[in-house]
Design a binder for this molecule. Structure first.
Ligand SMILES: Nc1ncnc2c1ncn2[C@@H]1O[C@H](COP(=O)(O)OP(=O)(O)OP(=O)(O)O)[C@@H](O)[C@H]1O
Ligand SMILES: [Mg+2]
Length: 274
């Protein structure tokens, strides 16, 4: 059910291309042949049931996890065929907002956002200016001196975004940016992501469970299930798809191919009777 790129995209080097990615942990297959290609400036949203490997996939894109087999291309360059030095340079093209937040609670908001800038050796005046700029892009003025623990969940997510964009990456990865937030804050976060896409001219991959967010921020939506990206389509087409796995996810049904697979996996994982 993979769609070929539209003719207009053919011929242009995609920003990210993933080819037949496989990954297992302790014998358990998580990614079982993931393929996709993301043109520059596009926003891809990946949805899927819990535990199917969405975070693992995102960590492959930024090169934090090495695939067992398959290839990752960034701007046409085969990531794992590069030298360590070249890989470090390619990683700098990415900014990632982690599912766990990953803010330093002992540091102020300012220091959290400044962290990647200081590590790259920018002078203090430039760091100060860039931190303020990033906090204003995510609509968080006047919180520089606060600790992350003093902020609401939605504000903390946006501090994470500010830190992710601080070094001016070309590709942004968001892992469940609005999970656990109320519907209003979910919408605020979606708006901020959309604004970043427009203002910063970036390519974006977002993981989310919210179909409404996927509709809003995605140029394309894909379902990760059974270790594969089963369906990739523009949001309206995705929502109307008659693919049984997509229908089950979109409608939030307990019964369907996604659950059958889950039950099969659980049965396989159960200890064998001796
Ligand atoms: N470093 C690791 N070592 C061993 N197993 C791992 C590791 N990272 C992920 N896994 C396993 O891979 C599977 C997929 O995990 P992942 O976190 O990608 O799921 P997810 O789709 O992001 O789930 P959720 O929606 O709950 O965030 C899980 O079974 C997880 O336990
Ligand atoms: Mg996850």
């Amino acid at each position: 059910m993979l769609k070929e790129p539209a003719p207009a995209e053919a011929g242009k080097t995609p920003k990210i291309r993933v080819e037949d990615l496989h990954k297992s942990f302790d014998g358990k297959v998580v990614l079982d042949g993931v393929n996709f290609s993301l043109p520059e400036g596009e926003s891809l949203v990946v949805v899927g049931p819990s535990g199917t490997g969405k975070s693992v996939l995102l960590k492959h894109l930024i090169g934090l996890v090495r695939p067992d087999s398959g290839r990752l291309f960034v701007d046409g360059r085969d990531f794992w065929a590069l030298s360590d030095l070249e890989r470090t340079a390619v990683r700098k093209k990415f900014g990632m907002s982690f599912q766990e937040g990953a803010l330093f609670d002992s540091m102020s908001v300012f220091d959290n956002v400044a962290f990647p800038l200081r590590r790259s050796g920018r002078p203090p005046s430039e760091v100060r200016e860039r931190v303020r700029e990033c906090l204003s892009i995510v609509h968080l003025p006047n919180v520089e001196g606060k600790r992350p623990s003093e902020l609401s969940g939605g504000m903390r997510r946006r501090v994470g975004f500010a830190r992710a964009i601080a070094h001016e990456p070309e590709i942004l990865l968001f892992d469940e940016p609005n999970t656990g937030l109320d519907p209003i804050m979910t919408d605020v976060i979606d708006e901020v992501i959309l604004e970043m896409k427009e203002k910063l001219d970036v390519t974006i991959v977002t993981i989310t469970h919210h179909m409404e967010s996927a509709r809003k921020i995605g140029d394309r939506v894909a379902l990760l299930a059974g270790g594969k990206l089963l369906y990739q389509a523009p949001p309206e087409e995705f929502l109307k798809s008659d693919d049984p796995a997509v229908r089950q996810f979109v409608e939030g049904k307990a019964e369907g191919p996604l659950t059958v697979e889950f039950e099969r996996e659980t049965a396989t994982a159960a200890p064998e009777a001796s």
